[in-house]
Structure formats: C-alpha cells, structure tokens
Design a binder for this molecule. Structure first.
Ligand code: DGY
Length: 322
C-alpha cells in the first residue's frame, strides 16, 4: 500500500521528523527561516494526508477544500487562528496544536517584556550604546515599580496562570478576566475574577494573553485604553489582532496610558516604519513568546507525535476540534 504523504512547512532537523519516515513519505519546505509560499503549500496540501504547519502559515478554507486526502493538520503553536478550523471540522480533518509544553517559556517572556517595559531596560541599553550616558541624575531612566502593583490578566488560560504564578513572586495583586472562572488560580494564586472594565480601571499592568476569536478581535480599542490608568502599562503577548494598533498609538501619544510592551502585532512582521516603533515608551519583540531552544524542540516533537498518532488512526495528544 502507498504510504501517506506528510508535508512540513519548514525544514526541521531529521532526528525530530524521523519517526514519521517509518510510516509516511515526508517532504519539507527547504528553509527553516523563510516560509513556504501559499501557492506551493496549497499544491502540496492537495496531495497530503498530513500537514505540519507554522502559526504564520495561512491554512484557509480554500486550501482545506482543495485537500481531499487530508486527515490531520498539526500546528506548531498553542494558537491556531491561522487555520480555518470550522472547514477542517466539516471535512473531518483533525486540527492539533502544541499546548502545555510552551506555557512556562511563554510566561517567562511575557514577564520579561513587562519588566523591560516598566523598567526601561531597552531604552537604558540603547542610551549607553549611543554614548548618551554622560552624567547620573536621580530621575535617569526612572520607570515604574512592578512589586506590589496590580496585574490584570486578560485570557487566563494555561499561560495566563503561569504569568499569575510569577506575579505572586513580586507580591502583586492579581486580577483576571476570562470566558470562564478559574477556581484553581483563585484558590492557589489568589487571583480575583473581575469584569473587563474593572480590570482595565484597576490594573497597573494590563496583560493580554487572549486567543484571537470573533469575541476578542479588537477588544483593546480606544474605549478600552481610555478606561486604563494614565500610568498603566499594556503588554500583549497573545495575538496582535485583539488590539487596535491605531488606537493604542493614540492612547500612548495622548498619555492616556504610560507604555506598551508588544510581542505580537496586527500584521506580522510589523513594518520598521510603523508609527508605534517611533515611540520611546514602546518595547517590541518579533513574536518570540515560546522561542527557547528547549521549548521549540518540544513543540516540534509534539506536532510530530500528533501527526504520527493521527495517521495511525489514534487520538492525537493535543486535538483542537474533538
Ligand atoms: C503560539 O504558540 O501560538 C505562539 O504564538 C507561536 O508559537
């Protein structure tokens, strides 16, 4: 019998994918850095039984509709808003992600971004490198305290809970807003459930880890920023499209909020000419929440396991559309 065909949209190390070689014919795009063009992905998908995709690959309705043999799409990431899941479900195609293995790593980065933004770490670094450090003064690079402040987490999933855990070490007051109440976080971390508006009004740090859904799209808009404290710092390490960047820019320029730390953007990669990047009180990163060497390998292995199990007719480890 002909082996199933697996297409992987980046060139991954052979020891990571070798397991699939036993049960399938495996092809990979020839670069780890550059994405596969959409047309090539669509053409490969039309013959594939399994796809291993990145969160930056567009796996839309039209691609899925033209993939008659497809059984499983394994995305490298906990998010899967790049995939038309409803279309996959309609066609009984399994959609998998890589949760849990990245939660601590992403929480570390979220907290690092929060700290870098509050304590002006990047500005200070640039200040010295540009030779501007001539004198010391009492307000030189003075930022905002983190300890004992209020953090408001929007999207209290697995990563949110890990961020909350880190916040306890800084003796912070923890608020959260989520689709559902999180009893464990309330009992073990002392997190308090509040409405979105209350969270915006009371938090010193508003941290978005919300997934992108029709409900969350654009939720951080002009009105949301206007409800935040003038001293508030907005951190987004979830998905860029939950915020309106033009509204965020206005809120920063009009001093409605103090600063922002962003790992995600409406359109990625963000253009180097984007107005937000001209602001001194904005710290930006290129969507690297889960990017530690250890975790990226774990994510790749989990995505491979998901495909391996699905092609053997077994339940994948992390199934999104059960
Ligand atoms: C995720 O896991 O969804 C990240 O955003 C990308 O790795």
């Amino acid at each position: 019998m002909k082996k199933p065909f697996v297409y992987i949209t980046r060139k991954l190390e052979s020891d990571i994918v070798e397991k699939l070689g036993n049960i399938a014919e495996v092809q990979m795009w020839d670069s780890i850095e550059k994405p596969v063009p959409y047309d090539i992905l669509k053409e490969k998908a039309s013959k594939a039984h399994a796809l291993l995709t990145m969160v930056s690959d567009k796996v839309d309705e039209s691609l899925i509709a033209s993939a008659p043999y497809l059984k499983v799409i394994a995305n490298l990431g906990v998010g899967y808003d790049n995939i038309a899941v409803h279309e996959a479900t309609k066609r009984k195609i399994l959609v998998c992600n890589t949760p849990d293995v990245l939660s601590d790593t992403t929480a570390d980065l979220t907290f690092a971004l929060l700290m870098a933004t509050a304590r002006r770490i990047v500005e200070g670094h640039e200040y010295i490198k540009k030779g501007h450090w001539q004198d010391w003064n009492p307000y030189l690079m003075a930022g905002y305290d983190i300890h004992h402040k209020t953090i408001g987490i929007v999207g209290m999933g697995r990563i949110g809970e890990k961020v909350a855990k880190r916040a306890t070490g800084f003796e912070m007051n923890i608020l959260y807003h989520n689709r559902s109440r999180k009893q464990k976080a309330e009992e073990e971390l002392g997190a308090k459930y509040v409405s979105f508006e209350e969270l915006l009004g009371q938090s010193d740090f508003v941290v978005s880890l919300a997934p992108l859904t029709p409900e969350t799209k654009g939720m951080f808009n002009r009105k949301a920023f206007s409800l935040m404290k003038n001293s508030a710092i907005f951190i987004n390490a979830g998905r860029g499209l939950v915020m309106n960047e033009a509204d965020l820019y206005d809120a920063l320029v009009n001093k409605e909020i103090a600063a922002a730390g962003l790992d995600v953007f409406e359109k990625e990669p963000i253009s180097a000419n984007h107005p937000l990047l001209k602001l001194q009180n904005v710290v930006v990163l290129p969507h690297i929440g889960s990017a530690s060497l250890e975790t990226r390998k774990k994510m790749m292995k989990l995505a491979v396991d998901n495909i391996d199990l699905a092609l053997q007719g077994k339940e994948p480890k992390a199934l999104v559309n059960r």
